[in-house]
Design a protein around this ligand. Structure first.
Ligand code: PLP
Length: 395
């Protein structure tokens, strides 16, 4: 027995097979290419606005090199609570906020806190599969709630209700959703609240894309509805809105007694979110918002252009109400989504991700992230068209 096989044999059954394998493969292929137009990862092409980076530099110069309290800097928690109230009408105080290493850590903390072995967790799908991993690690079972292209991937309450069993404990509402960009309309949010009450379900409201919504779509924060705050944990963060993916700052908001219960487990995960990054996040909330607005305007322009271009190329999609993704149907090309994405990357240097990476079993969809300047998106679209034509010609 080699040293490795001993370790491998001791891996706990909760560590199931990685679903990241295809992502690693794509990133590996891309690393070997000279020039890639990256429309794969959900990482903005914009740099973090200067004044935010300057605040981090000032924090370093001011010797802010130490631990903070596990729930985060008091000033940041105050600013987050004020922002949640001003932006979304959410009623949280500073002591109802826990700052985490991205929303990612909040997701794990939520599942550690709320999922018991055998619990079923409903999740808007196709989906951000971190939820599957976190639920599975805690002994629960993820139960996808499908959404469909014909509805622009909007959630249908009947699809949720169909999947409720005596073991259902939680529903993860991600709106706008990743990878579809679908926004759950306010009337559906209200119906979900009724369902949650009827079946005694806890809601995780992941609102990380809530600032990136395109008219006429509207965001309604779940925990603003009467009686819902007590059964909801609201998640949000800085990665997407402020182009701060590498800083690793997100947060969860929950009633005070819940936050008190979670402070020690949160300390166990990583003690606190990087102190310098917390100062940067504070500057993001309290400083000028012009850069954020400029990024939003660019996304809106790219979205409109890309929707037209896809239609012109004969590819259908669910019209996204938010985020920075278009979930595009490539079944007419005769290729499966993984085959399409790998071929496209190898032959044209354009990287997009298959829907299968987002828990979609159909293999009919790719996710295009419009996170490059418009001229590069135009170039990518021209290459996609050529790639499809070449494959059709060869068939
Ligand atoms: C729906 C959703 N939630 C959470 C995250 C995690 O974001 P972060 O940890 O960077 O805040 C992502 C990242 O893509 C996401 O799409």
């Amino acid at each position: 027995m080699t040293e490795h096989s001993l370790l491998l044999s001791r891996i706990a059954p909760r560590i199931t097979e990685e679903d990241g394998a295809f992502r690693s493969k794509m990133l590996g292929i891309a690393a070997g290419l000279d020039e890639v137009i990256a429309l794969g990862r959900g990482d903005p092409d914009f740099h973090t606005p200067k004044h935010i980076a300057e605040a981090a530099k000032a924090a370093i110069d001011d010797n802010q090199h130490h631990y903070t309290g596990p729930t985060g800097l008091p000033a940041l928690r105050e600013a987050i609570a004020a922002n949640l109230r001003a932006e979304y009408g959410l009623d949280y105080t500073a002591d109802e906020i826990i700052v985490t290493a991205g929303v990612q850590e909040s997701i794990m903390l939520c599942m550690l806190a709320l999922v018991q072995p055998g619990d079923e967790v409903l999740i808007t799908s196709p989906r951000f599969t971190t939820y599957d991993t976190a639920v599975t690690l805690c002994g629960g079972t993820p139960v996808p709630v499908p959404t469909f292209e014909k509805d622009d991937f909007a959630l249908d309450v009947a699809e949720i209700e169909k999947r409720i069993t005596p073991r259902t404990r939680m529903f993860v509402l991600v709106s706008p959703n990743n990878p579809t960009g679908a926004v759950t309309p306010p009337d559906v949010i209200r119906q979900i609240a009724e369902l949650a009450e009827k079946h005694d379900i806890v809601i995780i409201a992941d609102e990380i894309y809530a600032r990136l919504i395109y008219p006429p779509h509207e965001h309604l924060s779940f925990a603003t509805l009467p009686g819902m705050k007590g059964r909801t944990i609201t998640l949000n963060g800085f990665s997407k809105t402020y182009a701060m993916t590498g800083w690793r700052v997100g947060y969860m908001a929950a009633p005070r007694d819940v936050v008190d219960k979670l402070t020690e487990p949160r300390h166990t995960l990583s003690i606190n979110t990087c102190t310098v990054s917390q100062h940067a996040a504070l500057a993001a909330l309290t400083g000028p918002q012009d850069d954020m607005q400029a990024m939003y305007d660019a996304y809106a322009e790219r979205r409109a252009w890309l929707m037209d271009a896809l239609t012109e190329a004969g590819l259908s999609y669910g019209a996204p109400g938010g985020a920075f993704y278009i979930y595009t149907n490539i079944s007419s090309t005769g290729m499966s989504a993984p085959e399409f994405c790998e071929g496209l990357l190898r032959e044209t240097g354009v990287m997009v991700f298959p829907g299968t990476m987002f828990g979609d079993d159909s293999a009919d969809y790719i996710r295009i992230s419009y996170l490059q300047p418009l001229p590069l998106i135009r170039e990518a679209m021209a290459r996609i068209k050529r790639f499809i034509d070449t494959r059709k010609g060869a068939a």
